[in-house]
Write a protein that binds this ligand. Structure first.
Ligand code: IMP
Ligand code: MG
Length: 171
């Protein structure tokens, strides 16, 4: 397997979209206690750029979610614990790299809901609605893409390509 010669989303296109999302989130959360829950490892770079672009003050915590082996989506999602003080009574925005079947997001939102947030929403860099197995619908989406496997800017294929500054299609 190799990656596409031409990026699907260039670093410039990603930064432009991050700016647009941040503007929208700033508008929606002004004067609210915002917590970003970052889903590791994939959302690492997106969340770092988003958090630094937001004007709204945030608390930030990370969770680890593991569901993919190679390019095959698994039905079980393993989660690490979140900092309860960052969630209870606060407005929580879950930051994902990509929503595919939606199982990771669904598991995580349930986990957060049980910890009494003031509100909960989902922000994803990319959305692949064609492969959905749940009712998940992100409130904030950077890019909607076809049912293809993408890597780069945090997204990996068996640990590879995460470091790339742009998003590529795995061929
Ligand atoms: P879901 O639980 O099926 O929605 O999958 C979500 C997780 O699977 C994402 O957070 C990614 O880590 C991973 N994933 C899904 N699609 C891709 C892809 O195209 N490239 C890399 N990782 C992906
Ligand atoms: Mg992920």
């Amino acid at each position: 397997m190799k990656i596409s010669d031409v990026p699907l989303f260039t670093a410039a296109a990603i930064q432009e979209r991050v700016q647009e999302l941040a503007t929208k989130i700033d508008r929606d959360y002004q004067d609210k206690s915002l917590t970003l829950i970052v889903v590791l490892n994939g959302a690492l770079f997106f969340a770092a750029d988003l958090a630094r672009t937001l004007k709204t003050a945030t608390l930030l915590d990370c969770v680890r979610a593991k569901s993919y082996t190679g390019t095959v989506a698994a039905s079980e999602v393993a989660l690490s614990e979140t900092n309860v003080q960052f969630v209870a009574g606060r407005h929580v925005l879950v930051v994902e790299d990509i929503v595919d079947t939606g199982r990771t997001a669904e598991t995580l939102l349930k986990h957060i809901a049980a910890r009494q947030p003031a509100s909960m929403a989902l922000c994803t860099l990319m959305d692949k609605p064609a492969n959905r197995r749940t009712t998940m619908k992100p409130e904030y989406t950077g890019f909607t893409i076809d049912n293809q496997f993408v890597v780069g800017y945090g997204l990996d294929y068996n640990g590879r390509y995460r470091h790339l500054p742009q998003v590529y299609v795995l061929e």
